[in-house]
Design a protein around this ligand. Structure first.
Ligand code: NAD
Ligand code: DAU
Length: 343
């Protein structure tokens, strides 16, 4: 029976992956997570104790990482500072966790000869024009825009160097924007759902023409499990589910899905350096490893996500005030006039 170490398993996608693995494999799972503001033990509730253990710790702690890595067969590395807006306000933690944390893990898997899977993002490729007929592939040159995406790009390059120079058995996946349960309310979709629940108008950055390529977190998890089991060492796989939507249409869909008027939102200050469009071509993963997503219907996935936040207020309520205070402190301003702005 395979034993895996999941870093960042108390975060959004890591916790979804742990639940997915419990359901679809017989793996034993150890999660190591620092429990930053983004980590939440409630996302890992009710897991079978005979197959799951949680260790609170920092992936930059080399002694702890060494101790944990030597006891497992493989490491699946999700832990990161993950939010672009935070990286613009304070890049330091992004360098520490995303660069030094990845380096610390790589040194441990190198020493103990363990398999490594590195979770990364499509943001390492920069952005595309709205009318670009091409999507990101494994051959697209790196061109990150933000402190967050540049540290993720740096961590990907470290993994490639450890494969080539030291023979570490590692794979990398770069995925597009995830949605689903357990996502922190600082992120776009849960922020708007919980704003509407609280009677606050949703906040659209700029004109909202920016496009993200949405994938359900469950589909990301099934892809990572596929790569862990069948991926070829040294290879990179792009993960995406053909889910391109612009932000304006997503906010309108959330409002309509919650019984509100579709134009009942505020346009607010745009994100500096805001990437225009991400789009993934996942042909390699589909043809070489036989993966297909199972949540093809974004409208249905969004409705289920809205329902999850409505039914799980206990999970997100403790994050909400601090998150909105952070956005206000960062200088978020409403840009009037908008279509439905109050007179
Ligand atoms: P998240 O912010 O929800 O979770 C990150 C987790 O890492 C938290 O539980 C946090 O406590 C933990 N963590 C942070 N610093 C740590 C440290 N130094 N040591 C140990 N644990 C630490 O992030 P997420 O959205 O779940 O993203 C997970 C991974 O997936 C990241 O590597 C991110 O770059 C990547 N990714 C995210 C998306 C997305 O849409 N959210 C898409 C593609 C790739
Ligand atoms: O593409 C993968 C990336 O997706 C991951 O690597 C990141 O970890 C993850 O956070 C996500 O990055 P984005 O910056 O795309 O996600 P975010 O949820 O912050 O924003 C999505 C889009 O919505 C983006 O164009 C900015 C916009 N936005 C965001 C917020 C929080 C708004 O219009 N209003 C908002 O209130």
């Amino acid at each position: 029976m395979m034993q895996i170490l999941v870093t960042g398993g108390a975060g959004f996608i890591g916790s979804n992956f742990v639940h997915y693995v419990m359901k679809h494999s017989d793996f034993q799972v150890t999660v190591v997570d620092k429990l930053t503001y983004a980590g939440n033990l409630a996302s890992l509730a009710n897991l079978p104790t005979e197959r799951f253990r949680f260790v609170q710790g920092d992936i930059t702690d080399a002694q702890l990482v060494d101790r944990l890595v030597r006891t497992v067969d493989a490491v699946v590395h999700y832990a990161a500072e993950s939010h672009n807006d935070n990286s613009l306000a304070d890049p330091g933690p992004f360098l520490a966790t995303n660069i030094m944390g990845t380096y610390t893990l790589l040194e441990a898997v190198r020493k103990h000869g363990k398999r490594f899977h590195h979770i990364s993002t499509d943001e390492v490729y920069g952005d595309l024009a709205l009318d670009d007929p091409y999507r990101f592939t494994e051959h697209t040159p790196y061109n990150p825009s933000s402190p967050y995406s540049s540290t993720k790009a740096g961590s990907d390059l470290l993994v490639r160097a450890w494969v080539r120079s030291f023979g570490v058995a590692a794979t990398i996946s770069n995925c597009s924007n995830n949605y689903g349960p357990y996502q922190h309310v600082e992120k776009f979709i849960p922020r708007q759902i919980t704003n509407i629940i609280d009677g606050i108008r949703p906040k659209l950055y700029g004109s909202g023409e920016n496009v993200r390529d949405w994938i359900h977190a469950d589909d990301h998890s099934s892809a990572v499990l596929t790569i862990l089991e069948k991926g070829v060492s040294g290879e990179t796989y792009l993960i995406g589910a053909d889910g391109e939507h612009n932000n304006k249409s997503v906010i309108e869909a959330i409002l309509s899905g919650m019984g509100k008027s579709a134009d009942d939102y505020d346009q607010v200050t745009d994100r500096p350096g805001h990437d225009l469009r991400y789009a993934i071509d996942s042909t390699k993963l589909r043809t070489e490893l036989g993966w297909t997503p199972s949540h093809a219907d974004f409208t249905a996935g969004l409705a289920a996500t809205i329902h999850w936040y409505q039914a799980n207020e206990d999970w997100w309520r403790p994050q909400k005030t601090a998150t909105e205070t952070k956005y206000a402190a960062a200088g978020e301003q409403t840009l009037y006039p908008t279509a439905a702005a109050p007179q």
